[in-house]
Write a protein that binds this ligand. Structure first.
Ligand code: CMC
Length: 436
């Protein structure tokens, strides 16, 4: 811990029965203090128990801050709204990786470095042929990003800062190429090589939607929307996939392997898979008239149904990303002439009804980033199976920045949680002939 206080250290007391112990309390620059229970087991013989990590800070970090009650998201201190309005994705990447906004020279140098790494080894295309054609693109991404460690072995020595930085740049540069390849493969179209004079988002959209038989005309409104979606998803503190990357990285595994683990964790419907689930739900609702019926179902615990794209472990207020996403959805639908898209009408009505409903108010359930992203991405031409892939593409920078921060922390140790064991106590092995 870098800012560990000295003699004036605050302490917190924990009492169990008639015994009590003191532990140091460290302040954050903003946000809650933490009670350092690192010596808790050694001193008390007990573990602490927090299976969903609802009260546990698993690391110290200077990258991203969320105030869930106020609906605030900061990348290195900079509000997400300002970055989404004035910045671009590679600027956000620079900020997350290096801790400061780049100067004009630093920005153009960084853009150049990323652009120089957009191609993937040609043998990768043969690696792709090994996947079934109908494989989910997230399965393809998990496999192909993991395979990068086999293709780029020269940047897997994690003790070398130079290799760490090259691996980071490679990850940001190659994710769009791999994501577009996963898409093209799933629809049986030829892979489109990157074109490095294009900006990051335009390059990606072209790799997804260009075909050799026709000229591709970039649409700046859609490219700007894509870029903004990438900014919104770039990092989000210690969520499930990021924690997976950190845990995998704590063993010394290479960054490509760690990010592959993060992609696998992101795939679940409670995490990155929610945008796909939210769009599916809006389709099932179908018309504005059916909204109350679905809201009623979401409130019924026995129905097993939840409003997808609603609720968040940390945000107990409107997810600031959802506000920007809603605006982006309108811009994209206007540009494409889908202003009256029935899914958008259903989403707006659902949001209105839920925000006025006692159940959602009381439980502080607000739309999250995934609520409007599905409608937007669908209008842009992406199939639902690609939604989580786009999330993974954008989040790669967050994963890699968090991984780098962890590796560069001198106090870093392998992550190794403990457990409350409630299984059988010691018992003897019974030979199979004597078992009943
Ligand atoms: N619809 C209806 N009820 C809900 C919902 C919902 N979407 N979300 C939470 N609740 C209820 C839940 O039933 C529980 O009620 P009770 O206290 O009476 O048992 C209460 O709210 C708290 O829910 P929880 O599951 O204990 O909260 P959590 O922090 O463990 O879960 C969540 C957070 C995001 C998994 C959950 O809100 C959810 O399943 N939402 C739908 C899926 C979704 O949109 N996920 C995307 C998250 S944002 C993108 C990302 O970070 O990946």
């Amino acid at each position: 811990m870098t800012d560990k206080p000295g003699a004036n250290i605050k302490t917190g007391k924990i009492s169990v029965g008639d015994k009590s112990w003191s532990f140091p309390v460290y302040p954050g620059s903003i946000g809650p203090d933490v009670l350092d229970i690192g010596k808790f087991y050694a001193e008390t013989g007990m573990f602490t128990f927090d299976p969903g990590f609802t009260s546990t800070a698993a690391c110290e970090s200077k990258i991203t801050y969320i105030d869930g009650d106020e609906g605030v998201l900061l990348y290195r201190g900079v509000p997400i709204e300002q970055l989404a309005e004035h910045g671009d994705f590679l600027e956000a990447c620079y900020l997350l990786l290096y801790g400061e906004l780049p100067t004009a020279t630093q920005k153009s140098d960084f853009d150049y470095r990323v652009n120089r790494h957009t191609m993937v080894h040609e043998q990768m295309s043969r690696f792709f042929q090994g996947f079934r054609r109908d494989a989910h693109p997230m399965a393809v991404m998990t496999g192909s990003v993991g395979a990068l460690s086999a293709f780029y072995h020269d940047s897997t020595d994690i003790s070398d800062p130079q290799q760490r930085m090259i691996a980071s740049i490679r990850m940001i540069a190659k994710m769009p190429t791999l994501a577009a390849m996963a898409y093209k493969y799933s629809i049986g179209q030829p892979f489109v090589y990157p074109l490095n004079h294009l900006d990051y988002a335009t390059n990606f959209l072209r790799m997804c939607f260009a075909v050799p038989a026709e000229e591709y005309k970039p649409n700046p409104v859609l490219a700007r929307a894509m870029d903004r979606i990438f900014i919104l998803h770039a990092d989000h503190e210690q969520n499930a996939s990021t924690s997976t990357v950190r845990l995998a990285g704590s063993t010394g595994a290479n960054p490509f392997a760690c990010v592959a683990a993060g992609i696998a964790a992101l795939w679940g419907p409670a995490h990155g898979g929610a945008n796909e689930a939210a769009l599916k739900m809006l389709g099932e609702i179908g018309t504005v008239e059916r909204v109350p019926e679905f809201v009623k179902r979401a409130k019924d615990k026995n129905s097993g149904f939840r409003l997808m794209g609603f609720g968040h472990r940390v945000y107990k207020n409107y997810d600031p990303r959802a506000k920007i996403m809603q605006k982006t959805a309108h811009e994209v639908l206007n540009e494409l002439g889908h202003r009256d898209d029935p899914l958008l009408q259903v989403a707006l009505e659902l949001e209105k009804v839920a925000l006025h409903d006692e159940y959602f108010i009381e439980k502080k359930l607000y739309p999250n980033v995934d609520f409007y992203s599905g409608i937007t991405l669908k209008a842009m031409g992406f199939p639902t199976t690609m939604f989580t892939v786009l999330f993974a593409l954008a989040r790669a920078v967050g994963w890699i920045a968090q991984w780098k921060e962890m590796i560069e922390d001198p106090g870093q140790r392998i992550g190794r949680p403990r457990q409350l064991y409630t299984g059988a106590p010691r018992r003897d092995y019974v030979p199979i002939s004597r078992r009943k």
